[in-house]
Design a binder for this molecule. Sequence first.
Ligand code: GLN
Length: 452
Amino acid sequence: EAVLSRIEAVDGKVGAYITVDKEGALKQADAADARLAKGEAHPLTGLPVGLKDLLCTEGVKTTCASKMLKEFVPTYDATVVTRLKEAGAVFPGKLNMDEFAMGSTSEHSALQDTRNPWDLTRFPGGSSGGSAAAVAADLCLAALGSDTGGSIRQPASHCGIVGMKPTYGRVSRYGLVAFASSLDQIGPMTKTVEDSALMMEAICGHDPKDSTSVPKEVPAFRQLMKEGEDKGLAGMTVGIPAEYWQAEGVDPEVMAAVTKGKEVLESLGARCVPVSLPHTEYAVAAYYVIAPSEASSNLARYDGIRYGMSERGGEDLLSIYKTTRSEGFGDEVKRRIIIGTYALSSGYYDAYYKKASQVRTLILEDFKTAFSACDFIISPAAPTPAGKIGEAEGDPLSMYLSDIFTLSANLAGIPGMSVPCGFTGDGLPVGLQLLGRHFDEATLLKAAWHFE
Ligand code: GLN
């Protein structure tokens, strides 16, 4: 009830929620009360968790912030939702995002704007901007986002919260509306690192419904996070990649905050060493071939017949396809479909998609080499703090370039986190990114925990 009245009071200004499911949430809360009374509670029982609006929820609209799916009501829950339901979590509603998760500001939502709670004239980051803003503004206690190239870590950084992108395969993608299937991963967006660990324990683990989910035991993240607490980070080695720390165009105030974060790790006994990720300069180009290619294939299903919107005013089947897709998709989504279709077409495939896939392997090799010399890597999560709404309009290229620090983790499939490490002079939050070895989220949590 407290969260619902908070939503009523302030979400008119923030615009985080696309759908508020008041009735459903109150029912779930009653069930949670009953469970608590019986002494059968899980640590998440009764806690309000917001969901990015590309996670399927049975009987509750799942719009992907697109006109195409504006009225779409799934008949089943995503596996992560099922798992949180089993834990007894409560779902106040569905959160805004860039349409089909394509973007870095949440301004590409076809349905509404979301504002950054720290400064309402600024965007919250994206694509999981609604999730980040909702957590920052106390419109839920934790949220789920998805990260294809930074969409959990970057908005977490811009909104001063903790964002975790788990290793590819750690969390089931069943019921996550697909953007780029080889890169997409669901993860928690929370106020604290401990909450992140708690959410991870609930959502991770093998799922027979997702063939890419890995049959590995889920670590006791909260316990591992605190293990050897008294020793600080003694014995740990932190990689400082020159390509990220000397990158051009990074805001000096961001760099100052992140440098302070590095000093915190050192003061806890961690040793910083230089490492190199030499293929970083090709990451943006490779990502913006691979992600749109997969998107063009995944979004072919929105044909006006099978899902959502259907414009049937024309004469034949082709006109249903054309009008539905022309009117249903926004500009950024169309841009990706066109780039992807082009990159995959015969004659271009070898030059673009295949080449990008080869670069992807080189990026993975870079990380493997770096992790032979360190336990985890740190960098800024984003080159600048949250910008003004409308500022980046009509300039997709600079939006793509701002993903430089986050996309490589998705290309390599490694886990990444953003944890608040300071503020700019204007009081805007800055996130420190931590990148780890495959399936070693525990080390990231352990290091990040010291920032609480
Ligand atoms: N900003 C990136 C993009 O637009 C990443 C999005 C994401 O992680 N979903 O593709």
